[in-house]
Ligand binder design. Structure first.
Ligand SMILES: *[C@@H]1O[C@H](CO)[C@@H](O)[C@H](O)[C@H]1NC(C)=O
Ligand SMILES: *[C@@H]1O[C@H](CO)[C@@H](O)[C@H](O)[C@H]1NC(C)=O
Ligand SMILES: *[C@@H]1O[C@H](CO)[C@@H](O)[C@H](O)[C@H]1NC(C)=O
Ligand SMILES: *[C@@H]1O[C@H](CO)[C@@H](O)[C@H](O)[C@H]1NC(C)=O
Length: 427
């Protein structure tokens, strides 16, 4: 009965009469199942292509969130690249790419589309824990931030943003003429020269983050080939030269380290290059107000270090600079960013944009080596180091991605972003 039913249906499809003897009937059934198998195979092939395409998308999402182990093995990576070069119109099969993935005009053009930091990342992309941390900081408002600027309704163009950074963020160091540093005691401690007299013209500069993803990057030679290299806090070069280079021209340190870390006086890694220290002030406070209420009371240690190392240039960043930068970050973010100063990383990037013609930034936007290991020189895991908890890191990364003049391939393979210097910016 059932067999007959199938038989009838099948015959209906091929619409040709088949003799009703049992041999013929069995052959017809075999043909039928063969066709079903072919159909199934074709469907499976289609499904594989669909899934492959979907997994590429899914990978970009899990990249933004903190998933570990997303890295494709090298062989798979090569395979997927080879597949992408095949003349198969996948768009026609599974529909167009999302708009955010559409290629944008760039000075350099990517051959393939690499999944890297999305410049429109929102706090909704954060893991629940970090979303909560951000809300707590918004509520706490430790630095009495009262943002009075206006949000950009339309996203500023890259050149518009560069213009804002050039005109509004003043990279200056505390000088002996800044009250209340205008005493003879401070005059002895502060470096006699303006910081810009401490170095010559800087063409290319490298900003080297301390990210765990610098491990096994083999970027050392490339980094050292820059005219100047900026590093952060206690990031060492010794034992890691192959991956982070050995040149240190500038080192940006925070006041917490200067105030509380005994190694600051003892460790030789701090003795190379020009030191710049920064300490968060209350939002847009003047220097005298900050002087009475620094975030960390670093003054004693600063003077002591200067006395012990009188020949090493060691500057104190004007505390207004981080908040001038913060305002631009807030203006260009659709949501409330953490009311805490920008990260050392972001501050260092803008300092170098003021000193150099072009700035290559390594592993500020994560490469394919992205990891929850916070620093390349420590075994400490926390996704907050990439995504931000205290600092508005997510929004800083959106801005840096927006400013990138290099390719997504460079970000994916090297964690490298290239931004222009601000001295040549005409507004
Ligand atoms: C993948 O391709 C790169 C160059 O594109 C090559 O150096 C590497 O050996 C390849 N890896 C494998 C496993 O085929
Ligand atoms: C692929 O197919 C889509 C949708 O049918 C079409 O818009 C596009 O031009 C095709 N691309 C190529 C390279 O044929
Ligand atoms: C913020 O303002 C409150 C009240 O005006 C004040 O008590 C507090 O000290 C201020 N905090 C900072 C960091 O200036
Ligand atoms: C420091 O600057 C303040 C304000 O400009 C001024 O009143 C004061 O006399 C200066 N102190 C010294 C020692 O020059």
């Amino acid at each position: 009965m059932v067999m007959n039913g199938v038989d009838v249906n099948f015959r209906g499809v091929i619409s040709c009469p088949v003799p009703r003897d049992s041999v013929r009937s069995r052959m017809v059934h075999i043909n039928f199942f063969r066709r079903i198998m072919y159909g199934l195979l074709a469907f499976l092939l289609f499904l594989t292509i669909c899934l492959w395409n979907e997994s590429k998308k899914g990978y970009s999402v899990s990249f933004r969130l903190d998933s570990k182990g997303f890295q494709l093995p090298r062989t798979l990576e090569n395979l997927s690249r080879r597949l992408r070069t095949k003349p198969v119109n996948i768009t026609a099969m599974v529909g167009p790419q999302r708009e955010s993935e559409a290629p944008r005009p760039r000075p350099k053009v990517d051959k393939f589309s690499y999944k890297v930091w999305d410049k429109d990342s929102s706090s909704k992309n954060l893991p629940a824990r970090l979303q909560k941390v951000r809300k707590n900081y918004l509520h706490m408002n430790k630095y009495n931030v009262s943002f009075e600027g206006t949000r950009q309704v339309e996203k500023l163009s890259t050149s518009g943003l560069l213009c804002q950074l050039a005109n509004r963020v003043k990279v200056t160091m505390i000088q002996g003429t800044d009250f209340p540093f205008n005493t003879s005691e401070w005059e002895k401690s502060l470096p006699p020269k303006n910081i810009r007299e401490s170095f010559g013209r800087l063409g290319t500069c490298a900003v080297v983050s301390s990210a765990g993803s610098l491990k096994a990057s083999y970027l050392g030679t490339e980094i050292d080939n820059h005219d100047a290299v900026l590093r952060f806090n206690g990031a060492p070069t010794k034992k890691y030269e192959e991956h982070v280079g050995k040149k240190t021209t500038f080192r940006l340190v925070n006041s917490q380290l200067v105030t509380t870390d005994k190694n600051f006086f003892d460790d030789s890694l701090y003795k190379n290059g020009i030191l710049i220290m920064w300490d968060p002030s209350p939002y847009h406070s003047e220097i005298p107000e900050w002087y009475k209420k620094p975030d960390y009371n670093f003054f004693h240690n600063y003077k002591l270090y200067r006395k012990l190392n009188p020949n090493q240039p060691f500057y104190i960043l004007n505390p207004k600079m981080p908040w001038e930068l913060w305002d631009i970050l807030q203006e260009n973010s659709p949501e409330d960013i953490q009311p805490n100063p920008p990260s050392s990383g972001m501050i260092g990037i803008v300092i170098m944009m003021n000193f150099c013609d072009t700035v290559d930034i390594y592993e500020f936007l994560p490469s394919k080596r992205k990891t929850d290991i916070c620093h390349y020189y420590q075994q400490f895991f926390d996704s907050a180091c990439t995504m931000g908890a205290y600092h508005p890191l997510l929004f800083e990364k959106n801005m840096v991605k927006h400013l990138n003049q290099g390719t997504d391939e460079d970000i994916y393979l090297k964690g490298k972003v290239t931004v222009p210097g601000l001295q040549g910016v005409r507004c």
